[in-house]
Design a protein around this ligand. Structure first.
Ligand code: ATP
Ligand code: MG
Ligand code: MG
Length: 379
């Protein structure tokens, strides 16, 4: 009996556990919150990620460890890695935890990035604004997610407000200034690399965000094949450079037909949730296969798929369940503003059928605005 340990017990851990059940796997989740939603399907150790006793108990009970939460302190990941195999490696995790380190690596690998600069001080912010221009975005280097820890500057006159919002964090998690990219599209590559170096990627996905939080994903992205090939080549180069094991997502902006890398998520990713029903092998299943050294599954698509995120509270399931290709995921969380509580995936045999299903669901749930950009793209 193999036990997979997961650091972090949110919906990603929950979907990993659900996906691993047919493989006969056991799971153990470490989370700071006793009511973490993965705990409904897996035993838990409750404790802080820096708590030696909790880490020691976790390490003693698992055969391999992986992450649902990318901000586990690098030292904790390293401590664990001395006791049990940890995938992805603490080094890959450390790079992906720091926007400055990841963007520097992207650039070294020849992967284009938005303009960026380290901002250790207030003076450095002025210098960075002068160098990069406006509009731009000040972000924390570490610990940001769902658009948190970001401040958008329209002009240099916003520097004081930006510093008031985030300046205190320059000395703790660090700050980075990025040029604001007027992109036509946001895309992501969700890919997996095995312990033996085998690399597979799912078709390129297009993503729409609202207030910095993912709202909808469409796969395959309606782009030309050359763009998808370039995106996949970037993902592969990155995975090889980091000797990455497991699933990851590379978030990309497409501006004037060119790709710019935004960030690397060192884990299964929200923009890959459609793979549960939309692909021969889901990202969750392939992540488990990768970290266990099992053969990777085929990443081909089964039709066209759109994932809709449910933020704050769950809508009624019936309109989605009434669709032939409708699939429902309720993470079992209590409602809270801005919280990811569930998602739906609609799968269809053609773009037209998918657009029609999205229109029906959007109308029935009063979510026309959420489905509109996807329907427009499906044309
Ligand atoms: P995630 O939940 O994806 O981890 P995050 O908090 O790490 O989010 P980012 O991915 O950096 O944050 O930013 C969230 C969203 O804000 C992006 O998906 C994009 O829509 C927008 N955004 C971020 N950086 C830029 C930029 N430089 N130019 C334009 N838009 C941006
Ligand atoms: Mg992020
Ligand atoms: Mg992001």
């Amino acid at each position: 009996m193999t036990t997979v340990g997961i650091l972090g017990g949110g919906q990603l851990a929950r979907m990993l556990a659900l996906s691993g059940a047919p493989l006969g796997l056991r799971f153990l989740v470490l989370d700071t919150a006793g009511d973490a939603c993965a705990g409904q399907f897996a035993p838990m150790v409750v404790g802080d990620y820096t708590d030696q006793a909790a880490l020691a108990e976790f390490a003693s009970k698992v055969d391999v460890a992986t992450f649902d939460f990318e901000n586990v302190p690098a030292e904790s990941a390293q401590w664990l890695a001395q006791r049990v195999p940890v995938f992805p490696s603490p080094r890959a995790l450390a790079v992906a935890q720091d926007r400055l380190a990841e963007k520097t690596l992207f650039r070294e690998l020849g992967i284009p990035v938005p303009q960026f600069a380290d901002v250790p001080t207030r003076e450095a912010l002025d210098a960075a604004i002068a160098a990069i221009g406006t509009p731009c975005i000040l972000k924390t280097r570490r610990l940001g997610y769902d658009g948190k820890g970001q401040f958008r500057l329209k002009s240099a006159a916003d520097a004081d407000a930006a510093w008031a919002a985030l300046g205190a964090q320059a000395a703790t998690v660090g700050l980075i200034l990025e040029g604001f990219v007027r992109f036509e599209r946001e895309l992501s590559v969700v890919a997996v690399r095995g312990r033996d170096g085998e690399f597979r990627a799912w078709p390129l996905t297009e993503n729409w965000h609202v207030d910095g939080v993912l709202s909808a994903s469409l796969a395959p992205a309606q782009t030309d094949a050359a763009l998808a090939d370039t995106a996949h080549a970037y993902a592969r180069k990155l995975a090889e450079a980091l000797d990455y094991v497991g699933v990851f997502a590379l978030e990309l902006f497409c501006r004037d037909g060119e790709l710019l890398a935004n960030e690397l998520a060192p884990r299964v990713h929200n923009s890959g949730h459609w793979t549960i029903e939309g692909s021969e092998t889901s990202q969750f299943q392939n992540h488990l296969r990768a970290v266990l050294g099992l053969p990777l599954g085929d990443t081909r698509m089964l039709g066209t798929a759109c994932m809709l995120n449910w933020i704050g509270q769950m809508p009624g399931a019936a309109p989605v369940l009434a669709e032939a290709g409708g699939h429902w995921h309720d993470y079992g969380k209590s409602p809270r503003a801005g919280r990811k509580v569930g998602h739906a995936t609609l799968r269809a045999g053609s773009a037209n059928e998918l657009a029609a299903a999205l229109a029906r669901v959007g109308q029935a749930l009063g979510r026309d605005a959420q489905v509109a950009p996807v329907i427009e793209r499906l044309g």
